[in-house]
Design a protein around this ligand. Structure first.
Ligand code: PLP
Length: 452
């Protein structure tokens, strides 16, 4: 068995990590995570961590669920792989498509499988353009995304997303993808009435459609709640107004449900919580609770009809589209979410409880604002609460706080000055109390550093 240091040396010598500055790895070394159970992780030194990020927003049913392990094992023995190209299918891929269609909102009867959320969003770009082609409007090419949206790391995914750091590397976005600002009131509408701000933020979509030319716009894509952008929860007025604008110009609405899908917001899908009726929904992560990679696109009425009745062959697909083992795990995962009534648990019990507990953090001198939606939450760390002044960039207060969390048994993520959480949906009230005590402790340690 290797020691932690030996793992770290092999890691820095060979493993090029995603989203990591490798310069620091060789001296400090990665934290090596070795096992997990329920909402807890353990590292190679035996330290226990409360995982308030569900891995990477994905372990919705928590770690160690035997039903998922059994489903994968059974399927690996029975049929570890077969593809879904050229009119073949496997029982798990059919069953997964059927079950996903039963939990998606009315009008969604078809599913296209991919291996990840990024591939799902790449599929969206091709599917949306194909749709307008079939309808005889091939000039509709432009897809509108949002600043700080995250839709994955492939060329199309990173282009749909609005992360400036990602765009700066590799000449993105690809042509015909443009962006509007995010509905982040702290940045764009401080002091405004909340719903008035929501309408204003949605009006940026109409401005962009008119600037591009409505006849050229194919679709708008957004996460119901921006996740990687900092858990930006839009005002209630925002999504219905976005929907109205999309309807007015006939453009397709795509909801990226990779984080918000499968119970995170207290409904099966985030669009149900936010009040929109998308044409397409991308999913991944929570569909298998991250136990095995799977993603896809739920295809709603008008797009499915055009593709199926008029489209001929859609020349698109992945080796792992409908992978039988991944689909078997998805089926077990969705059935477990149903059996444990996790959507109701988030909506009626732990979601409201988290909202209340998070709001109580506002008495802390560092916490400027807090917000939650289901089991997602964010708190903004500020230097001066009375004026809402943030810390200077060089302090990197979020990373200071994250460091204290990591050292004290809690995984929270920092997005700039926002500390964010998205814990497993199986979390109990007692575990929320445990998490809140850890959060307060880490905030105190961060404050002590900030006032040194
Ligand atoms: N869309 C959203 C909203 C995401 O948060 C992510 C990943 O974090 C993706 C897409 C990309 O998914 P994947 O990493 O599975 O490609």
């Amino acid at each position: 068995k290797r020691t932690t240091r030996e793992w770290q040396q092999a890691d820095s010598a060979h493993f090029l990590h995603p989203f990591t500055d490798h310069h620091g790895l060789s001296s400090k070394g990665s934290r090596i995570i070795t096992k997990a159970e329920n909402i807890y992780l353990w590292d190679s030194e035996g330290h226990k961590l409360l995982d308030a990020m569900s891995g990477l927003w994905c372990v919705n049913v928590g770690y160690g669920q035997q039903a998922l392990i059994d489903a994968a094992t059974r399927q690996l023995k029975e049929l570890p792989f077969y593809n879904a190209f050229f009119q073949t299918a496997t029982p798990p891929s059919i069953e997964a498509a059927e079950l996903i269609s039963s939990v998606t909102p009315p009008g969604f009867e078809h599913v296209f499988f991919t291996g990840s959320g990024s591939e799902g969003n790449d599929t969206v770009v091709r599917m949306v353009r194909r749709y307008w082609d079939i309808l005889g409007q091939p000039e509709r090419q432009v897809i509108i995304g949002r600043v700080n949206g995250y839709h994955g790391s492939t060329m199309a995914g990173a282009s749909l997303g609005g992360m400036s750091g990602m765009h700066a590397q590799g000449g993105l976005p690809i042509p015909n993808i443009v962006h509007i600002d995010q509905p982040y009131q702290f940045e764009h509408g401080r002091g405004m009435d909340r719903d008035a701000f929501g309408l204003k933020a949605a009006s940026w979509l109409e401005d962009k459609i008119l600037a591009v030319g409505p006849e050229k716009v194919a679709a708008f894509i957004g996460e119901p709640v921006q996740g990687a952008g900092g858990v930006i929860i839009p005002p209630k007025s925002y999504w219905p107004e976005i929907q109205r604008i999309c309807d007015k110009y006939g453009i397709l609405l795509v909801s990226d449900e990779v984080i918000c899908g499968f119970g995170r917001t207290g409904n099966w899908f985030g669009c149900e919580t936010m009040g929109s009726k998308p044409d397409l929904m991308t999913f991944a992560k929570g569909v298998t609770s991250g136990y095995i990679p799977l993603g896809g696109v739920a295809v709603g009425g008008r797009v499915a009809k055009a593709l199926i009745e008029q489209g001929g062959e859609f020349q698109h697909g992945f080796t792992y589209s409908g992978h039988p083992v991944a689909c078997a795990v998805a089926v077990a995962n969705i059935k477990l979410i149903q059996q444990l009534k996790l959507v109701e648990h988030v909506r009626d019990d732990v979601g409201p409880y988290l909202a209340q507990q998070f709001a109580s953090l506002r008495d802390h001198p560092l916490v400027g604002e807090t917000e939650t939606c289901g089991l997602m939450g964010a708190m903004l760390l500020v230097k001066d609460k009375s004026t809402g002044t943030t810390f200077p960039g060089e302090v990197d207060i979020g990373m200071v706080c994250r460091g204290h969390c990591f050292a004290n048994g809690l995984i929270m993520r920092a997005v700039g000055d926002r500390m964010i959480i998205a814990p497993p949906l199986v979390m109990t009230r007692a575990q929320i109390d445990e998490m809140m005590a850890l959060i307060r402790r880490c905030l105190d340690l961060t404050l002590a550093d900030a006032t040194k």
